[in-house]
Design a protein around this ligand. Structure first.
Ligand code: GDP
Length: 297
């Protein structure tokens, strides 16, 4: 679907052949290609524009090294700038407290419950004692889904099927339960209710959960296929929740993942995980370098 950015740069750089130096004029076409490719990969227009301005600053005046093809040189600059724009290095989640409490937020359908299961498995494999809390009091199906996942990965799920009114109490009870088990659980993952769109009640509820339990880590889960909507949702969740990190899901789909750049630029919070499929193992720690490779194609 996408033409590889490296190939496009190659084409636009024919003009540079035989020239010893990158100038404002001979780089213009390439910058246009870069901007176009970023927008196609779902990077927000303004972000793409300021990004290419940055690349221009870096590139102009550079000698075209004889041994290196100029397009490769620009690709390297673009790659490094993209990685820097996404935080540069991987940022781990905070597991220092005991128990470490991880609050998982996001819209319904974003992949929140699936991610909660994946994270539980990921941490279990690292030797942690994990309890999942099913905090969606509105959709019994969501709790059932979490239970199925829990069984599949061998992680206990705390839920209160009869509690349909008080998510804060449910979560507090779940944490109390974990603490009563004498060191069995040092990690608690709370899957919360999501809505198809942001609504006030949902935001108030999750903010109240955060306030009540003071989690060590609040994660925001977002579907990478939703493009610019992902950015707006991230902004709203961040304003209300001041989350610690972003999880980008469905990267196995037909997306270049440019939303990662836009989200990072807009909310200035690190991306921490990427979810790449429906299987419980399909979770990766986010690496800016790898995402830059993917966006470049
Ligand atoms: P929630 O409503 O936010 O809890 O979302 P779910 O976890 O129920 O996920 C919604 C749908 O997306 C389900 O059908 C999942 O199997 C699917 N899903 C979740 N994560 C991924 C992913 O990384 N890749 C793909 N292809 N599907 C996913």
């Amino acid at each position: 679907m996408f033409e590889n950015l490296s190939d496009r740069l190659e084409r636009s750089f024919k003009i540079l052949k035989g020239q010893g130096r990158i100038t404002e004029i001979n780089i213009a076409e390439s910058l246009k290609e870069i901007r176009r490719a970023l927008i196609e990969a779902d990077v927000n227009y303004k972000v793409a524009k300021s990004f290419t301005d940055e690349v221009k600053q870096k590139a102009i005046g550079q000698e075209v090294i004889k041994a290196v093809n100029p397009s490769q040189m620009i690709v390297k600059i673009v790659h490094d700038e993209l990685a820097a724009l996404m935080g540069g290095t991987a940022t781990p989640i905070n597991l220092k407290e005991n128990p470490a409490v991880i609050l998982v937020s996001g819209l319904q359908g974003s992949g929140k419950t699936t991610f909660s299961g994946k994270l539980a498995l990921h941490l279990k494999k690292k030797g942690r004692g994990v309890l999942l809390i099913g905090g969606d009091i509105y959709r019994p199906a969501a709790i059932d889904q979490l239970k199925v996942l829990g069984e599949q990965i061998g992680v206990e799920v705390y839920s209160e099927p009869d509690n349909k009114t008080d998510a804060v109490a449910l979560v507090q009870n779940g944490i109390r339960y974990a603490k009563s088990k004498g060191g069995t659980f040092n990690t608690i993952i709370i899957d919360t209710a999501g809505r198809l769109a942001i609504d006030e009640q949902m935001m108030r509820e999750i903010a109240a959960i955060k306030e009540a339990v003071r989690p060590s880590e609040t994660l925001f889960v977002v579907d990478s296929m939703t493009g610019q909507d992902a950015v707006n949702t991230a902004r709203e969740f961040n304003e209300r929740l001041d989350f610690d990190g972003v999880v980008l899901t469905k990267l196995d789909g037909d997306t270049r993942g440019g939303a990662a750049i836009s989200i990072h630029s807009v909310v200035d919070k690190p991306l921490k995980f990427v979810s790449m499929g429906e299987k419980m193992e399909a979770l990766d720690v986010f690496h800016p370098e790898r995402m830059a490779d993917r966006i470049l194609g």
